[in-house]
Design a protein around this ligand. Structure first.
Ligand SMILES: C[S@@+](CC[C@H](N)C(=O)[O-])C[C@H]1O[C@@H](n2cnc3c(N)ncnc32)[C@H](O)[C@@H]1O
Length: 502
């Protein structure tokens, strides 16, 4: 049997990425090769192309391979502060507000079940036997063998390394050598299903949950997959519902999809009514900085280099009845307003259709490209979003919003250098662009450059704290960001940096 060559390996990687989001680049490549060898040997297949064909046509075989490739690392009461917050504060609030009906909790990527059982145990501690009636807890995972083990509910020592021996004694009974079985009543509180989070359909048990735990799952996904799954999970949540990722993953999901909330120094996401797209035309017009079709604030650099009739300029509205050579400005504005309305109504496809019509009539209308870019960015269509931003920059090389979005796209794609370059550009165009300072700080913080990170967080904080609070929800058209969460993160990170410097 020969192992896959690099072209064949690329084919397997592509398949696994497309079907379940798993990425096997760099050091993870050896895991894939090992898994392929094992499955090919057990199926008696010597040729990689033959096995690829088998894999694409046989879902059972695909599952067997995936089981070998997933990282199932988990244990009871992992990240206990989050669980405590959940069970002592967030859930009681929901129970109080909703006297009838069950509180629905989903553990997405639950592995062998320790996470959902931990919650069931903590809820039993607080609500006693009532918890079976009050809560519906579901654990889902792509790995069928992990789900089977979760259903059996038998655990060895390593599952209990998170401590809590008292709870172990109360909720488990010994079975076999150094193994413990979850007691029947707790076992009955949790149901399990095999679900691919990147699959097309989610089961009923996952619909409209109040709480989703999605911890330590996305670390294995590339940026686009992280965004796509997070968006879908966010879409499932009830209004006011919570989504928790692990502490190290939190920042990566601050994509403007859910609001980042802080309680007791813990960060988590919440589905709150959240207007993400506004039209700042009127505001910038009032400020006297408007160039039709652009929305850059009055940055000194932009003004000195851009002039008032740059390539993004749309001519003034002609006298009534008179049309410009190709298109009436009022048509373009009407199309733009229509597209903005649809985007605000959360109808991205309809908005994109109008924008394409607009762009077909006047390709130099910069705001059409930036609005298009932001809609595509929100729907994780990164390549198309990049193309829209590039078009905006072609019409207006000083387009702040395009530079920002390209930075955000590069961050999603984990291209830190490109992201830093774009954010630097944005700061050059508008030194008060707090969002660019913030993202720069986040990237350099992750790289361990605490000094530079501190400068970035301080700059973002200074800008956000200056000016009246109402003005803080400052937008970089057409992106709008709730600034409270950014303020909280900046303060939190600055405190961390200070502590580490001691
Ligand atoms: C490291 S475990 C996390 C377990 C638990 N949430 C925790 O924090 O302890 C990650 C789990 O994500 C699952 N997973 C990976 N890709 C998935 C996908 N596309 N759909 C569903 N589950 C997936 C893996 O099978 C694995 O069991």
């Amino acid at each position: 049997m020969t192992g896959p060559d690099s072209t064949q390996l690329a084919g397997f990687k592509e398949l696994l990425l497309a079907r379940c989001g798993l990425c096997f680049e760099k050091e993870r490549e050896v895991t894939l090769i090992r898994g392929l060898r094992e499955r090919m040997a057990s199926r008696g297949v010597g040729d990689s192309d033959v096995y690829h064909g088998l894999l694409t046509g046989d879902p059972e075989e695909f599952h067997r391979l995936v089981e070998l490739l997933t990282v199932n690392e988990t244990y009871f009461f992992r990240e206990p502060d989050h669980l405590k917050l959940l069970v002592e504060r967030l859930i009681p609030e929901i129970v109080e507000e909703r006297p009838t009906g069950q509180v629905k909790i989903v553990s997405a990527g639950c592995s062998t079940g320790e996470e959902p059982y931990s919650i069931a145990i903590l809820l039993r501690e607080r609500y006693g036997a009532d918890s079976g009636r009050l809560f519906a807890i579901t654990g889902v995972d792509i790995d069928a063998s992990a789900i089977e083990r979760a259903k059996q509910g038998v655990y060895g020592k390593s599952s209990f390394r998170g401590g809590n021996p008292g709870l172990l004694a109360r909720y488990f009974e010994p079975c076999g050598r150094e193994e413990y079985r979850i007691r029947k009543e707790v076992g009955q509180d949790v149901t399990f299903e095999v679900v691919n989070l990147l699959g097309t359909v989610y089961p009923a048990a996952m619909q409209m949950p109040d709480i989703i735990l999605y911890r330590n799952v996305s670390i294995y996904f590339p940026g686009q997959v992280q965004h796509a799954i997070f968006s879908r999970l966010a879409g499932l949540l009830t209004e006011g519902g919570y989504l928790l990722v692990s502490a190290t993953e939190t920042i990566h999901h601050d994509l403007g999809i859910l609001s980042l909330v802080e309680k007791d120094s813990l960060f988590f996401y919440r589905k709150l009514p959240n207007l993400r797209i506004v039209d700042r035309r009127d505001r910038s017009r009032a400020a006297g900085t408007h160039r039709s079709g652009t929305s850059r604030p009055a940055a000194p650099a932009a003004r000195s280099r851009g002039g008032t009739a740059g390539p993004g300029h749309v001519p003034p509205t002609p006298p009534a009845g008179q049309r410009t050579a190709s298109v009436a400005v009022s048509d373009v504005h009407a199309l733009f307003d229509g597209a903005l309305g649809k985007a605000r109504d959360n109808r991205p496809d309809a908005a994109l259709e109008l924008l394409d019509t607009l762009i077909g009539r006047d390709g130099s209308f910069v705001k059409a490209h930036t609005l298009k870019g932001s809609i595509l960015l929100n729907t994780s269509r990164f390549d198309e979003a990049r193309a829209a931003c590039t078009r905006a920059l072609a019409s207006d090389p000083l387009c702040l919003e395009a530079a920002l979005m390209l930075g955000i796209i590069a961050r999603h794609e984990e291209d830190g250098d490109e992201a830093l370059r774009r954010f630097r550009e944005a700061i050059y165009l508008d030194p008060s662009c707090w969002l660019a300072h913030f993202h720069t700080a986040e990237i350099v913080f992750m790289r361990g450059d605490r000094k530079r990170a501190r400068g970035g967080y301080e700059a973002a904080l200074r800008i956000l704290e200056s000016g009246p609070p109402g003005d803080r929800e400052r937008a970089f058209f057409p992106l709008v960001f709730k600034t409270d969460q950014f303020l909280a993160i900046c303060r939190h990170k600055l405190a961390l940096i200070k502590d580490q410097g001691k």
